[in-house]
Design a protein. Structure first.
Length: 132
């Protein structure tokens, strides 16, 4: 099976996601609290996909969608980008350091919803190199 299709989110249950957000909020003295509309929807989406085998790009899209659902009052993008960068790190041994850094950066931009077309093409190129 491809290294790029797997259960990327398996190590991150919703409690872990919540704790990441709590820590980010604590660092910035911001309110850590679930939102009434986004939290249940994001939790459901996350738990539905947590153990599914997903292409890496699909796992990033789950993180992006959870960010957009805004399950917490603050730092949603940072929360899901941190998780994405964490699960992407395991690809790093197959890449030179500069490319691994670029991959983590692009993943963060995808999750934040700010990735450019050029970054998406770079991601495709890096992932194709890993498949060889």
């Amino acid at each position: 099976m491809s290294r790029l299709v797997k259960s990327w989110l398996a190590a991150f249950d919703w409690k872990f996601v919540t704790e990441i957000n709590r820590g980010l909020c604590q660092k910035k003295n911001a309110l850590h609290k679930p939102t009434s509309e986004g939290h249940p929807a994001a939790k459901t989406l996350w738990e539905k996909n947590q153990f599914r085998e997903l292409a890496l790009t699909d796992a990033l899209e789950v993180c992006l969608e959870c960010h957009r659902l805004a399950p917490f009052c603050f730092y949603n993008g940072n929360t899901f980008a941190a998780i994405a960068r964490d699960f992407i790190t395991e690809l790093s041994p197959g890449l030179p350091a500069d490319q691994a850094h670029i991959l983590r950066s692009i993943a963060g931009h995808i999750v934040a919803g700010t990735a450019t077309g050029i970054e998406r093409k770079q991601l495709d190129s890096l992932l194709a190199a890993l498949e060889k």
